[in-house]
Design a protein around this ligand. Structure first.
Ligand SMILES: [Zn+2]
Length: 164
């Protein structure tokens, strides 16, 4: 039985992981801007509008393919994926659940708003012991969006997801 509601489509999209940070779904990232469901039964057409996290990022085509795959497996072949480039995505769009999932994966979520960045990233929390006594080791981490930090209390290094 084909699904018909926007909520059901969003639930399916929750199983699409971000290729760069697989602990997050594309819902957690906040890149799904719109879901439209047209028609009924076999004639259903789903239009999904996404805002890519980084323009020109190769992950975007991976995400599009994964969306088609997940929706297709639910019995809907007629899927359109549109890109909306404005307004640009920022880390402020990461949901509260997404921030929690980052912490659980050992990645410190953005400490402040991309629109109002703090001068020197002063409030980066350690994902292991929740200490704010942390320092930057390298501005460039395992991916362009991350920096490498270390906790001065538990001494664990961790990835910090930079505000963007
Ligand atoms: Zn710590």
């Amino acid at each position: 039985m084909p699904m018909t509601t926007q909520a059901q489509v969003l639930e399916l999209l929750d199983s699409v992981a971000d290729p760069e940070i697989p602990t997050l779904s594309i819902n957690d990232l906040g890149i799904i801007r719109d879901v439209e469901v047209h028609g009924t039964g076999q004639d259903i057409h789903v239009v999904i509008t996404i805002t890519p996290t980084y323009s020109g990022c190769p992950a975007t085509s991976v995400i599009e393919a994964d969306i088609r795959d997940v929706i297709g497996r639910a019995g809907i072949q007629n899927v359109s994926v549109k890109n909306r480039l404005q307004p640009a995505w920022t880390t402020d769009w990461i949901t509260d659940r997404g921030r929690q999932r980052l912490l659980e994966a050992g990645i410190s979520p953005p400490a402040c708003c991309a629109s109002h960045p703090l001068p020197d990233d002063t409030d980066v929390v350690c994902p292991y012991c929740q200490s704010h006594n942390t320092q930057v080791l390298s501005r460039f981490g395992s991916a362009p969006c991350k920096a490498l930090w270390r906790c001065s209390d538990c001494l664990e290094p961790f990835d910090y997801f930079k505000p963007h």
